[in-house]
Design a protein. Sequence first.
Lengths: 71, 371
Amino acid sequence: MATPVNSPMVGKLVSIDVNVGDQVKENDPVATIEAMKMYVKIYAPASGTVREIKANPGDVVNPDTVILVLE
Amino acid sequence: MLEQLTQVINSTGFLSLTPGNLIMWIIAFILMYLAIKKGVEPLLLVPISFGIFAANFPLTGLMEQGGLFYMFFHNGIQNELIPPLIFLGLGAMTDFGPVIANPKTLLLGAAAQLGVYAAFFTALLFGFDIAEAAVIGIIGGADGPTTIFLSANLAPHLMGAVSVAAYSYMALVPLIIPPVARLLTTPKERAMVMKQMRPVSKGEKILFPLLASLVIILLVPKSAPLIAMFMLGNLFMESGVVQRLTDVSRNELMNIVTIILGLGVGATMSAENFLKPQTIYIFILGIVAFAFASAGGILIAKIMNLFTTNKVNPLIGAAGVSAVPMAARVVHQLGAEANPQNYLLMHAMGPNVAGVIGTAVAAGAFLTAIH
């Protein structure tokens, strides 16, 4: 089952902290965004394999933006 | 010959230095160290601490009528010019989106003013008069310009102590909020994820400063200098058509007046004015105010949850102590600690900016009641 990882809030994507093919467990950090001058880690909502990375560092992301997809 | 030599020596500052001056220099250097080495509110503490340092030289006349720092203080602060100008800049960088999306958070910003009143009554018990107690209480609002504004009105002799207390406790927000929040919430409450906020339209964001002015200024007319400027700055930003005014309000103008504000406030801290037991009480009461402000927000959030279906994470109440955006960041971290999937930052911005308004209103209410 594919699980999209969306940005939890409006911000600037700073980095993607995983690569395609990586195994992640639920609550592992997968990306970092900057909002209100604070770096906010985004944690995996479920365990799985990173199938696709859909956003690039520097992008402005919002709750509709899918950053990466887990499977 | 000897007489002239004595005269020259007497005209220098050396013989007129008092132990009080030296103690104030040490205090100035400590604040300077904190600002430069530890990054504690440097934009304010560097000018304030240098103001303290310079004002404690003997024979300079800096703070006598007509002196340079006297003019900064008298024309900038005492006549209430600069704090509203800073509010203009703050308005031009405040996003009311989270408040508009979830107006309940306005109540949480108001609830945090409980800290203001807790410290006010405690200060009365400590023997401060009513005007002084109000100025000490407002420290709990964690809002520097408002604290300075109220103290210029009610108790100028306390300005140095209350503003340094306000700014230094603001920097300590990451140490003050967590123990209070952990005491008053269960891990399960802290882990609670909030419903995603609805998007807010541009029209709503333009209308908000106008509606908020109407309600607040009619309700508490004395809050007008702060609220009107805050909302004007916000209108500059949200209208999108006066980018130049927005930029100058939040950058150049704010930076310029901050220099004058800092020097003027620092210069009020002469040895005879500051080295008193009451200064210690002010610092103790200040931290009481901060702790009660965080507690007030959290408790009201919990009470609110009893009556509403769309529940809030009680942690966001703690962000009602303004100190934008530091309090919201601390709240976010506490939430993420309890549950990594919990992203409270934007939810906490609601009470956070509401707290700024709340403090300005509390100051206006004090002015109305005491004058």
